[in-house]
Design a protein around this ligand. Structure first.
Ligand SMILES: Cc1cc2nc3c(=O)[nH]c(=O)nc-3n(C[C@H](O)[C@H](O)[C@H](O)COP(=O)(O)OP(=O)(O)OC[C@H]3O[C@@H](n4cnc5c(N)ncnc54)[C@H](O)[C@@H]3O)c2cc1C
Ligand code: SF4
Length: 328
C-alpha cells in the first residue's frame, strides 16, 4: 500500500540564477524546481513524478521581487507568492484583473505558499493521472505516464489533461510576457504562446530552462476589465476561468481581449470572437453570434468531475455576464 510519504530526495537552495543553472545542468531530467511546493509536493507523494532532486528557487532574491516602471512595465519575479500579488497596492489599483485571478487560486494557506511561477508552470490535471502509485498498480500506464492509452478519450492517441491554472487567462488578456532563462540565453514568450496543448508536456520549456519573471505592459487609458472563475467549491480547480479586457464608446467596441483557461489542454485566446466584436455594440444579437464563435473555438472536455456539456453551458453564461457587465 502506498503510504503517501515523500520519496527519498536530495535538495538544494541556490542563491543566484547562475547557481540554479549550474545545478539544473548537472542534474538534468532528474530534478524539478520547487517554488511554493503546493502542487509538486502532493505529486511527489503520489509518485506522479519520477524525479530524485528538488531545487528550491525561493532563496534567489531576483526571483522574489516586484518592480514597476510607469514607462516600461510591471515585472513580477517568478517566486513571488500569490498572497504578495493580492496584497500589493500597485497591482490591486493598476492591474486589478491579475489581483482577482491570483485571489481565485485555492484558499488562503495555498496562496501564502503558492507562487505566480508555480501557477504558470502548473502541470496539467487529470483525475486518472493524479492518482496514487497504488491505484496505478492495477492498470496499464496512460500516455502521460509513458504508456500507450488514454482513459479519458478512449481510442485517442494523445493526452487531454487539463490546463487548470487560474492566473493564466488574466496574463494572456493583459498581454503579459514570460521571461525564460536557459543555460546559454534568456528569451521572452508571450503568455499565450507558452502553452503547447499537449497534456504530457504542456509548457514550451526546454529541459534546462526556468521561468524567472512575468512582464506586463503599463496600463493604457480607457481599458476596462473583468475576471470570472467557476468551480464546484471556491478552492477547487476551475470548471472555467475567463478574463476580458475591452475599450468601448457609444458606437461599439474599439478593442477587446478574451482569454479562457480550465476548459481544455491549453489556455485559449478567443481571437475570432475578438475580431467579430470589433466595432460592434454589445447587445442580444451580437452576443448570440459571439457565443457561437466562442464555443466553436473552444473544445471543452469532460474532466475532473465536470462534463463537456456543463463546461459549455458555463462558458456561455460566464461570457455573456462578464462582457455585458464590463461594457456597461
Ligand atoms: C487543494 C489544492 C487546491 C488547489 N486549487 C487551485 C486552484 O483553485 N487554482 C489553481 O490555479 N491552482 C490550484 N492548485 C494548484 C497549485 O497549488 C497552484 O497552482 C499554485 O499556484 C502552484 O504554485 P507553487 O508555487 O506552489 O508551485 P509548485 O508546486 O512549487 O510548482 C508547480 C510546478 O511548476 C514548476 N515550477 C515552479 N516554478 C517554476 C519556474 N520558475 N520555472 C519552471 N518551472 C517551475 C514546478 O517544478 C512544478 O512542476 C491547488 C492545489 C491544491 C493542493
Ligand atoms: S488525459 Fe492524459 S493524463 Fe488523463 S488518462 Fe488520458 S493520457 Fe492519461
Amino acid at each position: 500500500m502506498n503510504n503517501m510519504r515523500l520519496p527519498t530526495l536530495t535538495y538544494s537552495e541556490p542563491k543566484t540564477i547562475k547557481q540554479l543553472m549550474e545545478l539544473k545542468g548537472e542534474l538534468g531530467e532528474n530534478c524539478a524546481i520547487l517554488a511554493g511546493g503546493t502542487d509538486i509536493i502532493p505529486m511527489l507523494k503520489r509518485r506522479n513524478l519520477p524525479i530524485r532532486h528538488l531545487i528550491n528557487i525561493k532563496r534567489i532574491p531576483e526571483l522574489t521581487d516586484i518592480s514597476y516602471d510607469k514607462e516600461k512595465r510591471l515585472r513580477i519575479g517568478t517566486a513571488v507568492t500569490l498572497r504578495e500579488i493580492v496584497n500589493h497596492p500597485l497591482i490591486c489599483n493598476t492591474y486589478p484583473l491579475l489581483a482577482k485571478a491570483a485571489l481565485a487560486v485555492g484558499f488562503n494557506h495555498l496562496r501564502n505558499m503558492g507562487t505566480l511561477g508555480g501557477n504558470i508552470c502548473l502541470d496539467t490535471k487529470c483525475a486518472h493521472y493524479n492518482q496514487s502509485a497504488f491505484w496505478w498498480k492495477s492498470r496499464s500506464d496512460c500516455f502521460k505516464r509513458g504508456g500507450n492509452t488514454c482513459y479519458v478519450v478512449k481510442g485517442e492517441k494523445k493526452c487531454f489533461a487539463l490546463s487548470a491554472a487560474d492566473t493564466v487567462s488574466a496574463l494572456i488578456a493583459l498581454d503579459a510576457e514570460i521571461v525564460i532563462v536557459g543555460p546559454e540565453q534568456q528569451r521572452r514568450a508571450p503568455a499565450e504562446k507558452f502553452y503547447t496543448g499537449d497534456g504530457r508536456r504542456p509548457h514550451r520549456l526546454d529541459g534546462n530552462e526556468v521561468v524567472t519573471a512575468v512582464l506586463i505592459p503599463p496600463p493604457a487609458k480607457g481599458w476596462k476589465e473583468g475576471f470570472l472563475k467557476k468551480s464546484h467549491r471556491g478552492w477547487d480547480f476551475s470548471i472555467a476561468t475567463l478574463s476580458i479586457r475591452l475599450r468601448n464608446n457609444s458606437e461599439g467596441l474599439e478593442d477587446v481581449r478574451i482569454a479562457l483557461n480550465g476548459v481544455s489542454s491549453k489556455p485559449i485566446r478567443a481571437k475570432e470572437v475578438e475580431r467579430y466584436l470589433m466595432g460592434k455594440v454589445v447587445n442580444h444579437e451580437t452576443m448570440r453570434e459571439a457565443v457561437h464563435l466562442l464555443l466553436k473555438q473552444t473544445t471543452p472536455l469532460s474532466l475532473i468531475g465536470v462534463s463537456a456539456f456543463v463546461r459549455r453551458k458555463m462558458i456561455e453564461a460566464m461570457f455573456v455576464d462578464l462582457i455585458e457587465m464590463i461594457a456597461d
